[in-house]
Structures are given as structure tokens and as C-alpha cells.
Design a protein. Structure first.
Length: 423
């Protein structure tokens, strides 16, 4: 004991750190280094969609993330640079569903609007353009006439189901996967020709499918190599190409047996008379005589039906119609809506805004784009028409963008790609 005490005193005088202290310092150092190199934690994803070479995901806040290949801008980051880690997709909020094609991406917001970005050579982004320079590296709003409930993506085409049970499609149509009766690609949503309303949609490769409200299974598009059907047809569950994604078959319940009405009950008084029996001399049981049953008499008479008294007719005069021009007949004033977007110069690996582009909304001139390519138009609520960019020596994709009955602000969702053509 004395020797250990002398050793500790000697170590304290020399400034040496005890072995236990060294271990504690080493653990603390490793913890600090681990935190420094670990970086921020990855978001937790609740919904994922796998494309050809990229992945989309949604976090708890409704933010869309993307990673993987980006040759056509399918990550929605504004560039064409691939990403190994998730990056946030620009300008999307409150997203509830995503879908991914081979090189294009889709998102559905909680209010039923659809955004698309990425490759558009077949019109699969729905922006009205289908040339080979139509890659869209940022999300753009797809003009649809109905509120959308679900979305699905094939290799180069897109399906969207409206809240009214209708189905809309755009993109490649070489196998009839748009279901409009033809085989011509469409860069605008077209209505699928169906004879019944739909509750589920499916898309894969060049094929499309749906489940009708009455349970019928429908299929159109690619059937065999190089052959397709441009109109939906009914198929059985066993041959449907999307049968593994179908809900379990419904078992029809047996019809309930009819319930017979209960027989009416009647009360009756029965008079039974017996002869007096002597208490001292018991009589044999055979000597007892029972009087015959009296006739059945209802305990209470059946009341006669009461006469029906008609309800009194109101003599109040009809309401007067509002006079034209009065306060009750005039529509309420509506604030103008704001449509904001950007014009981008497409570059391999990156893109930047183009300044000085004139934007015309129908007959209204909007402010030219600023130094970062942003523009803004103030339009009356319910406005319908086309946005058209113009600048000398530039061509724009799409050349115009149609909007239908704009009721709310469209913030940072309308995009054009500028192509420089000096000659």
C-alpha cells in the first residue's frame, strides 16, 4: 500500500496521466471524430418509387428526395449531375405520392395536382413538347382538367386517375398504352377511352391496366413483343399482367334468409267448472268432470283505423327573385392569381437562368425574366390561356404552355428550356 501511494505521488509530481484517464480521453476523441464524419442524418422515407436508374422518395413532411442517374434531369435538382445520396427536389410541397419511369419522374400533391420532370422526348412530362431537347430538370405542373387521386408511370408514359373515376394518359403510345384508340405519342394528357369508372391504375414498360369500380379488370397497351392494343379490354384475374398487385378477390356473401312475421297473439278467457268435492269423503279422480272450453274472446277489441288528416298547405308567398344588378346577384370580387416560373439554359452537367426573356400570357405582357431567369405574371382568377416566351436567337421548349382555369397561385412550377440558335 505504501508503495502504491508513493507511485501515485510520483506520477502527480511528474505530470503523467493515469492509465484510466488515457482510456477516457481516447473514448472522448473517438466520439468527437465519429460525430464530425457522420454528417447529418438521412431523412426517414415513407414512400419510394424505383425508376430505370434513379429512385424517388417522400419523407414525413411531404418533401420529395431523389438520387441515382440524372442524364435527363430526372432527379429534379436543376442540373444533370448524378447523385449518390438523396437530394431534395426543388419547389415541391405536401406531396403524397411519387412515380418513376425509365428517365422521368412524377409527384402528386395533397390537393390533387401533378408535377413531372426529366426526359420528355415522347411527351412523358406532359409539358406540350416531345422533341429530343425536351428534358426538364425541374418539376413542372401538368395541365389536367380534373383533380387527380393516383398516378402511375411506365417506361415512357404516364397514367393519372381523377377523383371522378376517369383516367388520363400522356407520353409514348407506340403500343397503344395511352388507351385513346390510336398509336400516336401525346405530350398533353388525353382521356383513356373507358366504358366504366376506375378505382385503381397500373403502368409498367409499355403496358397499362386498371380495376373498375365494379371489379372488372382492364388492360391495354403492350401484349406481346411489338404488338399492342390501343383500347382497353376486360381480362381475367389469372391473365392480367398486374395480378400480383391486385387486391384479394371479393367473396360474395350468401343471401340472408327471409324472416317470417310472427303470428299475432290473442288472449282468451277459459271457464272451467268442477263439481264440489267433499273434504271428508275423497272422490276418485275419474269422477271429476271438466266443463268444455269456452269460446275464444279477444281480450281487447281491435281499434278502427283513424282517418288521415292532410297537412295544411302553407300560404306563404314564394320568395322574390333577386333583381339583376343587386348585391345578391353580383359575383364576389376575386383577387388576381400569381403565376411564377423560370426559363433555363440547358447545359450538360448544369443549367442556369436566362435573363431578358419576354413572357406573354394570352394578350397580357408579363415582366421579362430577371438575371436568374425568373418571371411572374398577375392574372385574373379563373384565367385560361397560354404562356409563350420569346427572345431573339433563342428557341424554347415547350414553345408555349397552356393553363386552364387557374384558381390559385402557381409558384415556381412553370418552366421553359431555352436553346440558343444564332443563325
Amino acid at each position: 500500500m505504501a508503495q502504491k501511494k508513493l507511485n501515485r505521488q510520483a506520477a502527480a509530481k511528474s505530470g503523467a496521466i493515469p492509465a484510466g484517464g488515457l482510456s477516457l480521453i481516447l473514448l472522448l476523441f473517438l466520439f468527437v471524430v465519429g460525430v464530425a464524419f457522420a454528417g447529418p442524418r438521412s431523412p426517414r422515407f415513407f414512400v419510394k418509387a424505383q425508376g430505370g436508374q434513379h429512385t424517388l422518395a417522400i419523407d414525413a413532411a411531404g418533401q420529395v428526395w431523389a438520387w441515382g442517374g440524372n442524364s435527363a434531369g430526372q432527379l429534379g435538382s436543376g442540373s444533370f449531375r448524378p447523385e449518390d445520396k438523396p437530394v431534395a427536389v426543388s419547389g415541391l410541397k405536401k406531396i403524397v405520392a411519387v412515380a418513376a419511369g425509365r428517365r422521368h419522374s412524377l409527384a402528386l400533391s395533397a390537393d390533387g395536382r401533378v408535377w413531372a420532370w426529366g426526359a420528355g422526348q415522347f411527351g412523358q412530362t406532359g409539358n406540350g413538347s416531345s422533341n429530343h431537347f425536351a428534358s426538364q430538370p425541374l418539376p413542372g405542373l401538368v395541365p389536367l382538367p380534373v383533380t387527380i387521386k393516383t398516378i402511375a408511370a411506365g417506361d415512357h408514359h404516364t397514367l393519372a386517375r381523377g377523383v371522378d373515376g376517369s383516367v388520363w394518359a400522356w407520353g409514348a403510345n407506340d403500343l397503344g398504352q395511352l388507351g385513346d384508340g390510336g398509336k400516336v405519342d401525346s405530350a398533353r394528357p388525353v382521356k383513356v377511352k373507358l366504358t366504366e369508372l376506375v378505382e385503381k391504375i397500373f403502368a409498367q414498360g409499355g403496358r397499362s391496366g386498371a380495376v373498375a369500380l365494379d371489379g372488372n379488370i382492364l388492360s391495354w397497351g403492350g401484349v406481346q413483343q411489338g404488338r399492342g392494343e390501343s383500347l382497353a379490354r376486360k381480362v381475367s384475374r389469372e391473365v392480367a399482367w398486374f395480378r400480383k398487385d391486385l387486391p384479394p378477390a371479393k367473396v360474395e356473401a350468401l343471401p340472408a334468409l327471409p324472416v317470417l312475421p310472427a303470428a299475432p297473439k290473442a288472449t282468451a278467457s277459459v271457464n272451467v267448472t268442477t263439481p264440489p268435492v267433499s273434504a271428508k269423503v275423497p272422490l276418485p279422480a275419474a269422477s271429476l268432470k271438466v266443463a268444455p272450453l269456452a269460446s275464444v274472446v279477444p281480450s281487447s277489441p281491435v281499434p278502427a283505423s283513424s282517418p288521415v288528416i292532410p297537412a295544411p298547405v302553407s300560404s306563404a308567398p314564394p320568395l322574390a327573385k333577386p333583381v339583376a344588378g343587386s348585391a345578391s346577384s353580383l359575383p364576389a370580387s376575386r383577387e388576381p392569381v400569381r403565376v411564377r416560373g423560370r426559363v433555363l439554359m440547358q447545359r450538360v452537367g448544369a443549367s442556369h437562368g436566362l435573363a431578358g426573356v419576354e413572357i406573354r400570357a394570352g394578350s397580357t405582357d408579363c415582366a421579362p425574366t430577371d438575371n436568374e431567369g425568373w418571371f411572374e405574371c398577375r392574372l385574373p382568377a379563373g384565367w385560361s390561356g397560354s404562356l409563350r416566351p420569346s427572345k431573339t436567337k433563342y428557341r424554347f421548349v415547350p414553345s408555349s404552355l397552356s393553363l386552364d382555369r387557374v384558381q390559385a397561385d402557381l409558384d415556381s412550377q412553370q418552366y421553359f428550356i431555352a436553346v440558343y440558335e444564332p443563325f
